[in-house]
Design a binder for this molecule. Sequence first.
Ligand code: A3P
Length: 315
Amino acid sequence: MDKSRKTVVEYLDKILADSEKAAPEDLLSSYKGILYPGTLCSPETFQVLDSFEARSDDVILATYPKNGTNWLDQVLNDLETTAAKYTEEEIKERINITNELSLFPRLEFGDPEKFKRMKELPVRRIIITHLLPQVLPKSVFNSMAKILLLVRNLKDTAVSYFHFYNNIPTLPSFGSWDEYFTAFMHGKLCWGSYFDYLVEWNKHMDDENVMAITYEELKENQTLGLKKIADFFGFSLSEEEIQTVAEKSSFKAMKEKSSKTHGAFGKILFRKGIIGDWKDHFSEAQNKEMDRKFEECLAGTKLGEKMKYGLYCKA
Ligand code: A3P
């Protein structure tokens, strides 16, 4: 197993095993009106979320579930590590410290003590979260840490989340796509409504420490996307280094390595990795309903324009 991923894989495997045993009513928890996976997020951790102290050099990735979080997790780690030119020894040391401190793959996962442990991390931190901006600890914005916002077209996100819900024991399954679609449109899913998520993040589009990037622009020109990300965080990499990071993080390469990087979770996570899968799922009425809601909530906004709804979501 890839040593750097050992504790992550053990953690993910344990979560899957615990979820198989969990009673259906324990799979979901709710905090301030928003659902979260009960085996990953606890009210106790949310209560102390504000004690998290962001640092100005933190690398923060904000995404709604199924936007390509795990893809960008690897990309950001590889860009940061390559640019920092750590020695083998330093890389080992980083891995050991991170493992010892038992940090979790998302800011909102894990035990309430973790924010204290995160303070001790003597290296640059890459922090990933699905939280709404108004739920994030205040220090995230006050510290001026840079935030990369990754978004994906609404329809493919909906489809990806549907399969995830139905394939992963951590979340309760839906009886049908139609039943799920209603839940998606009403935000009755973990981390709440994707529409609300986009509307709230749109309010930060002019923040100088926030940069939005889309799943689709990365798919269509990954090298260019990686260069934009590297520039934003001030990572200095040669063309060749960018190319290596891009090759390692192609869907095919990540899927092939997934059992080593994500354990059993890998099979569920790396599903299709394409643009436009929604065309095989949405009925005409569902297309119209989503198109209408997009018009109401996001059309004409900076983030809405960036997402190119007409190109990626129109039948
Ligand atoms: P699909 O279910 O449409 O295949 P997240 O990491 O936020 O849970 O997102 C998972 C989605 O990102 C899945 O979409 C997955 O296949 C896709 N994905 C993961 N790695 C990818 C990569 N390297 N390139 C493109 N898509 C990727």
